[in-house]
Write a protein that binds this ligand. Structure first.
Ligand SMILES: Nc1ncnc2c1ncn2[C@@H]1O[C@H](COP(=O)(O)OP(=O)(O)OP(=O)(O)O)[C@@H](O)[C@H]1O
Length: 594
């Protein structure tokens, strides 16, 4: 019942906030239409009595009244539908925005690491379109409740026992509530296998993974795995649907017995002459109406309970993302980096994990320096970068930007001053302009700035290849766009990074992984130009991760991470002379090249 109330409260509040005029007009139209229904029954009784009394004129007027009431019932419902249909669409759009906000609206990523968050998000996304008709359901239910009161009063005038007939609708309603709870539990349990099955299907069909899957011959195994996950999910849902159907049928049987009893009562009264034919017609008409009303109320209640569950899940998602609070009095990002970034005793553990990925990291990254992060796979390099971006907060310790704790900096302002190129860079299947422009939204229509960034990234040849230039579509997924190679996509990622204005932190997380040796050399040259400019403009700090020591050696400061801790740091020559891990890794790679 609380779920139902949540649905009604949320929908009415939302409708009132979005478009109060539409809400009231549709409610008024619906009300007039719904009141016409019992009026038909009353007019029918009067019509029958007049016809049997031989009052032809009165009967004709009453017949016209019945026709008018029927027209009113149908047309008012139709007009009301036009209003609340649009209201439902507005509500769905607002709720979609909420879903976007809870999944991407915060700067942090911690909530996205939770499988429970992912399951809940999947359920909300799937069920959201169904909430579109829920506003209509709220109004219809209110109308039905009003009709039920009127019907009860009218039935009681014929026989007080008949007033119990609408009450017989209570057991089916209660049972339907229980049936819905059974369905909801099954849905929650099936969310994880459903997600797994979709992921496996995507692996077997998406152009990124298909070549590897085909060549390894894993396709059939993958599909078997996918079928098992899907079967698990559908078994859960099918069993719950059967259980719910049995419960609902039981509830409706109770109502059918009460319905039969009511009719038997009035027919007996007619036989002993205590009521007339008009009363029998009235009761039969109302009883039919009550049964139709109960059936539609059950459908509407199920819909509203579904919507209520979706709203409750949305609230849970909101609570998750609110666990990453924005600072109460955010400090603006500095105009210029004066000292640099300092990590003080930073340890970090991913949410839901039982081991630290970074432990006791103490590090000073001076303003204006070029810093290289090196270490074996899994040493914690990318994690450290995510911490610097403010996407995760240290489990213990602090990250200070010019002495200000990153927790206190305005997250959006800090993000705007980071120019990042990640190893899993985005392939945005959008026009080239937007591909680069999302790096600085204010430059979306600034052809000069976009072309400048493309040239700085040495991606001119990509621009020349794309029919339509800046406005040409990239990728084949959503139209006949130009498909790019991995390296070309990455160059556009670099252009996206270089179009940023006044960065304080330039990040390259294995930027050269998709590039050939010449392109890597060119990329670093271009990047260094941009980094030099940013350094003199705003004291920008450049941090890059690379496994290629030919690139690493030029950095002012090299930080060697091992198992989440800083093992060594210093310049190339000093580290070589120290004969530690860096020297070992450097010489190993140099020998491999020789
Ligand atoms: N979202 C996550 N949840 C839990 N553990 C994670 C997550 N992301 C990374 N890890 C773990 O954190 C550790 C460090 O990962 P990270 O990506 O920082 O390493 P890396 O040094 O950048 O590795 P590589 O050179 O392979 O990119 C790894 O053991 C990894 O399994």
């Amino acid at each position: 019942m609380t779920t139902l109330l949540t649905a009604v409260r949320t929908l009415l509040r939302l409708a009132h906030r979005l478009d109060p005029r539409r809400l009231y007009v549709s409610a008024a139209l619906l009300l007039v239409g719904l009141l016409a229904t019992p009026a038909v029954a009353l007019l029918l009784r009067a019509f029958t009595d007049s016809a049997l009394d031989g009052a032809a004129g009165t009967a004709a007027w009453l017949a016209a009244g019945i026709a008018a009431a029927l027209v009113l019932e149908l047309s008012m419902g139709h007009f009301a539908h036009l209003f609340y249909f649009e209201l439902g669409e507005q509500q769905e759009t607002a709720l979609r925005q909420d879903v976007l906000d809870v999944s991407n609206g915060t700067h942090g990523l911690e909530h996205l690491d939770s499988p429970e968050f992912a399951d809940t998000l999947t359920l909300v996304r799937e069920d959201l379109p169904r909430t579109r008709a829920s506003m209509e359901a709220v109004l219809q239910l209110c109308g039905l409740a009003l009709q039920a009161v009127l019907t009860t009063v009218i039935l009681a005038t014929v026989n007080p026992w008949l007033a119990l007939l609408p009450l017989a609708a209570v057991p089916p309603v209660l049972v339907a509530d229980r049936a819905q709870a059974v369905l909801d539990r099954a849905k929650e349990r099936s969310a994880e296998p459903t997600r797994l099955s979709r992921h496996l299907l995507a692996l077997a069909t998406s152009d990124h993974s298909v070549p590897e899957v085909r060549l390894s011959g894993a396709e059939s195994e993958l599909m078997r795995h996918q079928a098992r996950a899907w079967q698990r999910s559908t078994d859960l849902l099918r069993r719950a649907a059967l259980h719910a159907a049995a419960l609902r049928a039981g509830g409706q049987l109770l109502f059918a017995l009460a319905y039969g009893g009511g009719l038997w009562l009035v027919v007996r009264q007619a036989l002993d002459g205590s009521v007339d034919a008009g009363d029998v017609i009235l009761v039969i008409t109302l009883a039919v109406q009550v049964s139709v009303q109960v059936a539609s109320a059950l459908g509407l209640l199920a819909m509203l309970q579904g919507a209520g569950r979706t709203f409750e899940r949305l609230d849970r998602l909101r609570a998750w993302s609110a666990e990453e609070p924005a600072p109460a009095a955010p400090v603006p990002a500095p105009a210029r980096l004066e000292q640099g970034i300092r990590l003080e005793n930073v340890s970090f553990r991913y949410p839901g994990s039982d081991r630290d990925v970074l432990t006791g990291v103490d590090l000073t990254l001076p303003a204006g320096a070029t810093v290289a992060l090196v270490g074996e796979n899994g040493a914690g390099k990318s994690t450290l970068v995510k911490l610097l971006c403010g996407m995760y907060r240290p489990t213990t310790g602090r990250v200070l930007v010019d002495g200000v704790d990153l927790r206190d900096l305005d997250p959006a302002a800090w993000a705007a001053r980071i120019a990042p190129l990640f190893q899993d860079f985005a392939r945005l299947e959008l026009p080239l302009r937007e591909n680069v422009g999302v790096g600085r939204l204010s430059a979306l229509d600034d052809d000069g700035a976009l072309r400048g960034a493309i040239t700085a990234a040495r991606a001119d040849r990509v621009l020349d290849r794309v029919p339509g230039g800046l406005d040409g579509l990239l990728g084949k997924g959503y139209g006949d766009g130009t498909e790019l190679s991995g390296g070309q996509w990455q160059l556009l990622g670099l252009a996206r990074c270089l179009v940023r204005e006044d960065p304080l932190l330039m990040l390259l997380d294995e930027p050269a992984s998709a590039l050939d040796a010449a392109a890597e050399h060119a990329l670093f040259e271009r990047f260094t130009d941009a980094a030099d400019r940013a350094r003199s403009d705003s004291g920008s700090l450049t941090l890059f991760i690379s496994h290629r020591f030919s690139t690493v050696r030029s950095a002012d400061l090299i930080v060697v991470l091992e198992k989440g801790a800083v093992r060594e740091q210093g310049g190339h020559d000093g580290l070589l002379a120290a004969r530690g891990l860096y020297a070992e890794l450097f010489e190993l790679q140099a020998r491999a090249y020789q």
